[in-house]
Design a protein around this ligand. Structure first.
Ligand code: SAH
Length: 357
């Protein structure tokens, strides 16, 4: 068994050497893992108590101009039945979500040119007009700084853009040459400078990923200091060239969640749908390893199965009300509880906007 002193030092210094981090990430000893998860939970509870924040995810388009090799809705997958929700449908989802208690809506989609800056601005403004006490998160990929500024000015609060991998050559293996590592990183920097609560993140076990790549991701996260970090296992999709690749490892994903929690105690950390897909109790395990956010699906059931980034995605058949009921039961069994408010990062809570930035 690995020495738990290592974890105590990570807790105290929020840092370890590359070699030590490698040791932590690769150690699947049960006792060691339990100790790591326990420390991550303690840190999370000191800051966010036992609250779990819920975000209503609206997957509003699966059209995409990009061709990320791992992703089921990439441009060249002609087997996808493409859909996009109308503005009215998106607003209706958020109205329904509001009734169910959601105070954050995450608009996620492929990079769909139909949704021009003007259309996104109009949607953001309408949601905020209908429900001024909600936060709007966008997760619509790479745009230019001017576009991001327009979204922010329209009232969008947060932006999720996973960096996918902080290693340029690994990035170039996962993406075609019309996408660039530099541009994705520039987008993240722009988003943060504009004032969004910004989220980066990566898949665990993505094709070609090495342990050194993950250390590089952790170093990037430490430098960038995001408000949110989205991490879930890679899961193969049958219509991609990685159809036969093995999925990411649950234990590794959980250890990464804990390590990120210990490095950035205040970070908002979702227990992702992908984690719940590779393990029936993956999301609960994520919460027990330091995660404090879950993102139930609010998209109309009629389109759920069409937003398939990977195979066997869970929760594609249930109405939103059913999802939230199932989710609250699962959360309560962990000893945590759903918190119905915007669930901002502590630095962005009312009265201390941008403090510390
Ligand atoms: N177009 C947006 C949203 C992408 S989908 C953007 O570019 O940011 C959200 C995330 O799903 C991606 O960032 C990626 O990390 C993850 N994802 C895509 N394909 C996946 C797969 N096969 N397995 C697990 N996660 C995947």
């Amino acid at each position: 068994m690995k020495n738990t002193d290592l974890i105590d030092r990570l807790l105290k210094n929020r840092n370890l050497t590359d070699e030590e981090l490698t040791g932590v990430l690769l150690c699947d000893d049960l006792k060691f893992n339990e100790y790591l998860f326990e420390q991550a939970r303690k840190v999370r509870e000191e800051i966010y108590g036992r609250d779990v924040f819920i975000r209503g995810l609206i997957e509003f388009t699966n059209y995409c101009r990009n061709n990320c090799y791992y992703c089921g809705i990439r441009r060249e997958n002609s087997n996808v039945l493409r859909y996009r929700l109308s503005e009215e449908e998106i607003i209706a989802c958020s109205d329904m979500g509001y009734e169910l208690g959601f105070r954050t809506f995450v608009l996620q989609g492929g990079e769909d040119p139909y949704f021009t800056d003007e259309r996104i601005v109009s949607i953001v403004k309408k949601i905020k007009e209908h429900h001024p006490d909600t936060a709007v998160t966008l997760s619509i990929g790479e745009r230019e700084r001017e576009s991001y500024q327009k979204f922010y000015d329209a009232g969008a609060d947060r932006y999720l853009l996973r960096h996918e991998t902080a290693d340029k050559s690994h990035y170039e293996m996962l993406h075609p040459s019309d996408m660039s590592y530099e541009h994705r990183m520039k987008c993240l920097k722009d988003l943060q400078e504009i004032g969004f609560q910004t989220g980066c993140g990566m898949m665990t076990g993505s094709p070609g990923q090495t342990i050194d790549n993950l250390i590089c991701d952790l170093r990037f996260i430490q430098r960038f200091k995001p408000e949110m970090v989205g991490m879930g296992p890679f899961i193969p999709h049958h219509d991609t060239k990685y159809a036969d690749h093995e999925p990411g490892n649950v234990g590794m994903t959980l250890r990464l969640l804990s390590v990120v929690r210990l490095m950035l105690p205040e970070v908002l950390l979702p227990a992702t749908t992908a984690l719940g897909t590779v393990d029936p109790h993956g999301r609960e395990k994520g919460l027990m390893a330091g995660a404090n956010v879950v993102m139930p699906n609010l998209s109309p059931v009629s389109v759920r199965k069409k937003y398939q980034l990977y195979d066997n995605k869970i929760c594609t058949g249930d109405e939103a009300a059913e999802c939230i009921r199932c989710m609250s039961e699962r959360i309560e069994r962990t000893g945590y509880r759903i918190k119905t408010d915007r669930g901002d990062h502590v630095r962005y809570r009312e009265g201390c906007e941008n403090d510390g930035k």
